[in-house]
Write a protein that binds this ligand. Structure first.
Ligand code: PLP
Length: 381
């Protein structure tokens, strides 16, 4: 049966549908900020932080300018810098590695698991043993919850404890997801996230946040995000950043967070529908660990014949994204940093095979059925 004609164009992420649903609530929130005029550190920022704490269960949520700064601030709060090595997965967005380089620390790339795409605890162990004998001073691990699924925090916490390392969760793609029914934000000492518009919880520009339970860490983070400010204005106790979240973005996020759980539920239904509709094709559908729920920032398939399949699917009018076509340790910017023993063959293989389908909470059944039909045809065995 020929696939039914596609309702064109299909957006990869439909922010317009969400905007329509929120309607006047966004306009009113923006108007309120325009009226009071406190564009930096307005009351909405503190209100959003309280809402984020409530949602995540973390004692402290510290809003900041973006998810990359959130990582930089987390590393700085952990006193990670020159002479320290930070272990990161080789298959992630560049920002995870970029933050490490920006604080002057050395990167060490670790391979990922072929099923969840998250950092491989066994390779992490092997890399740490190798690093110790090579004279490097490992100080921290950044685990990334790729495409929305939390990494294996049972194993990672044990490894971090054994080696006395700081464990940071880069939850830029997984805010709202859970590991053993606990939300990202409280699974490790410090968690970061991004509110980039296309993220599961996105604002209308750049934004980010850091989550922690420790009062002192939260105090340092608040100081660092505002030029290392001390107790008084124009008193500076540390070299910080200008990394505050704009009041306007906070006001927008308050409204979006109010419907976020509903959107997460919708993303889960859509992911299940994709997986049910795509059985038996010549590609692997996402695998969720039994301990995990995902916030489905991406729905990502793997095919041995990825490039040909993607070309056919795109020609049929379905937008496809490739996250990510090059493993980080194969990127020109990061090629000079070492990887764990045996290199990172899984990351290299994933870069050749992955591709992501349209995924957002407002994907209706008819559109999704059309996408499924196109993908099935392109990948029929
Ligand atoms: C895994 C990961 N880490 C960090 C970031 C950085 O976030 P931002 O774009 O808000 O700086 C992103 C997204 O962009 C990401 O996907």
């Amino acid at each position: 049966v020929a696939p039914s004609p596609l309702p064109k164009p299909i957006p990869f992420v439909d922010l317009r549908a969400q905007r329509q649903r929120l309607g006047r609530r966004i306009d009113d929130a923006i108007a309120a900020v325009l009226a009071h005029g406190q564009f930096i550190d307005g009351e909405e920022v503190a209100r959003l932080e309280r809402d984020l704490e409530k949602f995540s269960g973390a004692r402290h949520a510290v809003a900041c300018a973006n998810g990359t700064d959130a990582l930089v601030l987390a590393l700085r709060a952990g006193s990670v810098g020159a002479g320290d090595a930070v272990l990161v997965p080789a298959f992630t967005f560049a920002a995870t590695a970029e933050a490490v380089a920006l604080v002057g620390a050395t990167l060490v790339f670790v391979d990922v698991l072929p099923d969840t795409f998250n950092i491989d605890p066994d390779h992490l162990n092997a890399t740490l043993e190798c690093a110790a004998s090579g004279g490097a001073r490992p100080k921290a691990i950044i685990a990334v919850d790729l495409f929305g699924q939390p990494a294996d925090y049972d194993s990672l916490r044990a490894i971090a404890r054994r080696h006395e390392l700081m464990l940071i969760a880069d939850a830029a793609q997984s805010f709202g997801a859970t590991w053993r029914s606990i939300r990202t934000g409280t699974l490790v000492d410090v968690t970061t996230t991004s509110f980039f518009p296309a993220k599961p919880l996105g604002c209308y520009g750049d934004g980010g946040a850091i989550f922690c339970d420790d009062d002192e860490t939260a105090r340092v983070l608040r100081s660092l995000r505002s030029h290392g400010q001390g107790g008084r204005r124009y008193e500076h106790i540390a070299v910080g950043l200008n990394s505050r979240l704009d009041t306007l973005q906070a006001a927008i996020l308050i409204e979006k967070l109010a419907i976020f759980q509903d959107e997460l539920d919708a993303r889960n239904v859509i992911a299940e529908r994709y997986s049910a509709g795509l059985t038996g094709i010549a590609a692997r559908t996402p695998i969720l660990r039994p301990e995990a729920t995902s916030s489905w920032s991406q729905y990502t398939l793997i095919s041995a014949d990825r490039d040909a399949a993607v070309e056919t699917i795109r020609k049929s009018g379905v937008p496809i994204a490739i996250h990510y076509p090059i493993a980080l340790n194969d990127q020109a910017a990061y090629r000079g940093y070492p990887s764990g023993p045996g290199g990172t063959p899984v990351a290299a293989e994933l870069a050749r095979g992955v591709f992501s389908l349209p995924m957002h909470p407002y994907l209706d059944n008819d559109t999704q059925d059309s996408i499924i039909a196109v993908v099935r045809e392109a990948l029929s065995r």
